[in-house]
Design a protein around this ligand. Structure first.
Ligand code: T46
Length: 142
């Protein structure tokens, strides 16, 4: 499974806490884009797609939500519920987000600029693409 839950170093003192993410250091890619998700609702699901090339780190800055990650062989459920945890998701991973707490805020660091063409939004197409990667018919390095 091409994901990792990263424990981030927290600089804390009586004034509060600070976490730093730096491309190529504790973030394993150069950061090309940052976006955030907020005003989420518990009954709404997001995601349901994969990316061939994009890598991301996702941090729940406030509240909690569950990620379902799927590499075509197995599915894992991961809770994101603390600003000192970063969920790294690599290439070729199907993701779904659900069970958002009210007011959950996600910050996402991304390795590429936004490109809708790079999204795979159909699960069968995702599985077929994985077969192509295994057979060497794709340029993906994964
Ligand atoms: C992911 C999860 C964690 C843009 O115009 N620029 C952007 O950088 C992004 C991320 C989205 N958009 C537009 C595209 C859609 O019209 O914003 C709208 C909502 O995007 P989407 O439905 O893809 O949002 P999520 O929450 O389902 O997925 C997002 C990311 O797209 C995705 O890469 O891994 O968050």
């Amino acid at each position: 499974m091409n994901y990792k839950l990263i424990d981030m170093k927290v600089y804390g003192d009586e004034r509060g806490k600070l976490v730093s993410l730096e491309g190529g250091m504790n973030c394993p890619f150069d950061i090309k884009r940052v976006y955030y998700i907020y005003d989420t609702l518990p009954e709404q699901e997001r995601g349901k797609h994969a990316h061939r090339e994009l890598e991301q780190i996702i941090v729940a800055m406030d509240g909690a939500c569950q990620f379902v990650l799927d590499d075509g062989r197995e599915r894992k459920e991961i809770w994101l519920n603390s600003p000192d945890k970063g969920l790294y998701i690599g290439k070729n991973m199907w993701r779904e987000m659900r069970h958002f707490s009210y007011g959950c805020k996600l910050m996402v660091l991304a390795s590429t600029h936004y490109d809708e063409k790079e999204y795979i939004r159909d699960y069968d197409e995702f599985l077929k693409g994985l077969d192509n990667v295994k057979m060497g018919n794709s340029k993906s390095t994964c």
